[in-house]
Design a protein around this ligand. Sequence first.
Ligand code: SF4
Ligand code: SF4
Length: 299
Amino acid sequence: MKTSVERKLTISVAAGKGGTGKTLISCSLAQALVRRHPGAVQVIDCDVEEPNADILLRPEITSREDVSILVPEVDLGRCTHCRKCAHVCEVGAIAAIGKAVLTFHDMCSGCGACAYVCPTGAIEEMPLRIGELAHGTSPECIDFHHGRLDVGHQRATPVTNAVKAAISPDMIAIVDAPPGTACPMQEAVDDSDYCILVTEPTPFGLANLREAVATCRRMDVPCGVMINRARNAYTEMADYLDEEGLEVLMSVPERRSIAEAYSRGETLLGADDEWLDALLQMYESIAEAVAADAATPSA
Ligand code: SF4
Ligand code: SF4
């Protein structure tokens, strides 16, 4: 969490399920904020299994770099078959069977424990590429970063952490989190000043919102709700928000102009400039909530 006096917030945008418009809101908010804070807005796309904020922001990518983890390579000539490596591995990525030691790199987290416990130095740690970072700048001068996990790899966390390392204390960072509430979402949202939870007014949206709210609260990340594709009143969701004391930060209706803009690869600002004020107002509400939270003495 950023702590400078002039707070430039890190705001994550998450959703309990995919397809709710999370990336649309992230990119719309960033485009609105950069008009008010030129050159001081970042988008950090942490949806590393399916990053697509670049489609809406169209950054010119100026650099790419590999994300690698260190995985074990066993020199059987030095192995005494003690099996300590297999016993210490919590994810079953190394197995000692008879005179053989098998490694399963797609399951390995790169923790290094097996090499550490090996009594003969038979395990060497070798870099294995699991993904890529890309950095660029959008036409509006949004500082853009995304991570992409390579096909066939399951360990999103190192890629998420690598892309989050680009967050600058001098910029407002909008973190586009992966959908759901499992580890990848939690890694993305962790350390945010605030999390916008995007939902839609349906029973599915409500069920996933409950999970997302519980996750943010367990992580001690303050959150508010943004309702996308608002059609008609959905009493159950209104009751839930009331019961939980959750603020509705903004509501975006189901509207043809928005759908058409999205189909052209444009954000809410491409649909109508009326959204500029609404998005900036949402940021102001969040900044006030964060400031009030910081001023409240902890129990
Ligand atoms: S580095 Fe860690 S996760 Fe990978 S095989 Fe060794 S102990 Fe298992
Ligand atoms: S810990 Fe080292 S010596 Fe023991 S089985 Fe594993 S590789 Fe072989």
